[in-house]
Design a protein around this ligand. Structure first.
Ligand code: ASP
Length: 312
């Protein structure tokens, strides 16, 4: 069994001028997650660490860099799930915090609930001492420009849905064979106020079970929710499919059944992993043993050997 961290930076179309930054961002997050595993952290520590780094990176649609809802506000969704206990924590439509993924973990660790939403999630954050941040600190010039563009009457609905989505997520296996997943997003461009997507829903934005594996998803949330994508992929793994084949079967079903595009990162408890997508692009990276793997376009798979990743 080989410990591994696999991260994604969202399925969709990534403009050329942003592709390098997306690739750098996912590579750095995979490394950060892997260093946590090397230091004796659990798979849950690793996925939360990797996703926190991506939330802090303004090039992704999560935390700082989130897309705006139709009113120009940031409302974020996030989930974590622990494959050992099947415990999970999630927040939806949460505002004014930098790292929704950490709040999702607090929901799992400190409450008897699975999901807190909107103002209730905000109150819980305050009670846990999570600092409130001004909304402006989460909004980039790029996200404001895209929000304005999509308010124009001639806005292209395809670009609207599949423009750079940039949701972030991670899955990991630690040295004890425990799996975990984490996913965080600002949702979809110009969504209605109060819209909750797939990300904070158990089985949709992610799922983790030590008896089969872990998945973090990205793509059109309404389509993902119709097919419960993460759980569907684990079902295929339970039927004997490999991480890769199961991921492809889940994505193909979503395409054929509800015409939905997306992407996933998947692991099994033995440390086999896959990063698969039906969208044009998905920035992804995986760190395992002494190698960093990464890619952006279909079929792309680069590797880089890095001593920093060596495990004794
Ligand atoms: N799944 C996210 C949502 O619909 C968007 C994405 O993955 O980019 O909220």
């Amino acid at each position: 069994m080989l410990p591994v961290v696999v991260v994604h930076g969202g399925a969709g179309h990534i403009p050329k001028e942003r592709s390098e930054r997306s690739t750098e961002g996912v590579c750095s997050a995979a490394r950060a997650g892997y260093i946590i595993l090397q230091g004796g952290g659990s798979s849950m520590d690793a996925v939360v660490g990797a996703v926190t780094e991506l939330e802090n990176n303004p090039n992704f649609n999560a935390g700082c860099g989130s897309v705006l809802n139709v009113k120009g506000d940031v409302e974020m969704d996030a989930i974590v799930m622990d494959g050992k206990s099947l415990g999970s924590g999630a927040v939806s439509a949460v505002r004014n915090i930098a790292n929704p993924i950490q709040l999702a973990r607090l929901v799992m660790d400190k409450t008897s609930h699975v999901c807190l939403t909107a103002e209730g999630a905000g109150q819980f954050a305050r009670s846990m001492g999570v600092p409130e941040v001004p909304q402006e600190s989460l909004i980039t010039e790029y996200s404001r420009m895209r929000w304005k563009k999509n308010l124009e009457p001639e806005a292209n609905p395809v670009e609207f849905q599949m423009g750079k989505m940039g949701t972030v997520g991670a899955v990991a296996v630690d040295s004890e064979g425990n799996v975990a997943c984490a996913t965080s997003t600002g949702g979809i461009l110009n969504k209605m106020e109060g819209r909750v997507g797939d990300t904070p829903c158990v089985g949709c934005g992610g799922y983790a079970d030590n008896s089969s594996g872990a998945v973090s998803t990205t793509g059109h949330g309404e389509a993902i929710m119709k097919v419960i994508l993460a759980r569907l992929i684990l079902f295929h793994m339970e039927q004997g499919q490999s991480v890769e084949a199961a991921s492809d079967l889940g994505l193909a079903y979503m395409k054929s059944r509800v015409d939905g595009l997306g992407g996933v990162v998947t692991v099994d408890p033995q440390g086999h992993w896959a990063a698969r997508f039906s969208s044009g692009q998905m920035a992804w990276a995986a760190a395992q043993k002494d190698t960093l793997h990464y890619g952006l376009y279909t079929g792309e798979h680069f590797t880089q050997s890095t001593e920093m990743l060596l495990i004794d």
